[in-house]
Design a binder for this molecule. Structure first.
Ligand code: MG
Length: 291
């Protein structure tokens, strides 16, 4: 049984419309077959609750670029000491608070402050304009607790120097599809490894991990998983994970690329003859998708 860890924006959801398109039917199949799909996203928990409801995802999810993991109580995973809880989920936090990160940003040379705009400091109207989200969704996107999300206004060279300055403060800077994200601990790869350890210990012994992503903030995730799917983006170059095997780069972009790549990886896993049922059931469907 594989566990699929997937980025959302630009990967499972369209970069511009945030619609899962052809991925919705495949997602429903995976759910029906008991194959868990775990969102691993830069989105916040407030954004994820309605999205999980819409997509029919009832399991754990990883938010704010791998700085917090939310796990349903009913999944029965071992809850580490000190975890928070809310509405039937507990939360394992892997990153320092947004307040800590903002303090570090404020301590940098003042000239950097002209080069970025924090998502949380923007007006709702600005967030809607930059992201295409509705006002309600934009407010949920601003409900950040363990990461700071920046719209970069300077040059790419400036961004590299800025990232170096933050790395010297033991912070991570990762580029998503639209924004630059600053974290202090955790990360998509670390969070996936932690959760996959817990899932394979308790519920899915021997499970293969499958990762899907479209941007540089997915690199660690794509490098940490047993199988990696790079989904091409209409907006930027695909990330280049450092790995020699079990790597698939989609031809199609966004959710269509996700469907294409998940099909290929399921085919690979089926060669190990563990997932033949999935494939035989879906062969016609996928043939129609790719034909
Ligand atoms: Mg993305």
């Amino acid at each position: 049984m594989p566990v699929i860890y997937t980025d959302l924006d630009g990967t499972l959801l369209d970069h511009d419309t945030y619609d899962p398109g052809p991925a919705r039917a495949v997602l429903a199949d995976l759910m029906r077959l008991g194959i868990p799909v775990v969102p691993c996203t830069s989105k916040t928990r407030a954004e994820m609750l309605p999205i999980c409801r819409d997509l029919g995802i009832g399991g754990p999810f990883i938010v704010e670029n791998g700085t917090a993991i939310w796990v349903p109580d009913q999944w029965g995973l071992v809850r580490p000491p000190g975890t928070g809880a809310d509405a039937g989920y507990w939360c394992h936090v892997m990153g320092k608070s947004r307040g800590f990160i903002r303090g570090a940003l404020a301590g940098l040379s003042v000239e950097w402050a002209n080069r970025f705009h924090s998502l949380c400091d923007m007006s709702l109207r600005q967030v809607c304009a930059v992201t295409g989200l509705s006002p309600v969704e934009a407010r949920a996107a601003q409900a950040r607790h363990h990461s700071e999300t920046l719209l970069w206004l300077g040059s790419a060279a400036d961004r590299a120097s800025f990232s170096d300055a933050l790395r010297q403060l033991n912070m991570q800077v990762v580029q998503g599809g639209r924004f630059l994200h600053v974290l202090a601990g955790g990360g998509k790869g670390e969070a996936m490894k932690w959760l996959h350890g817990a899932l394979s210990q308790r519920l899915y012994p021997g499970a293969a991990s499958v990762a899907a992503g479209d941007a540089d903030n997915d690199l660690e995730l794509l490098e940490a998983a047993d199988h990696a799917l790079v989904v091409r983006s209409p907006a930027h170059e695909p990330p280049c994970p450092e790995r020699d095997s079990n790597l698939y780069i989609s031809q199609a972009t966004g959710p269509a690329g996700w469907v294409e790549g998940i099909h290929k990886i399921m085919e690979e896993l089926a060669k190990e003859s563990r997932y033949g049922r999935f494939l035989s059931e879906r062969h016609d469907y996928y043939a129609a998708q790719s034909g």
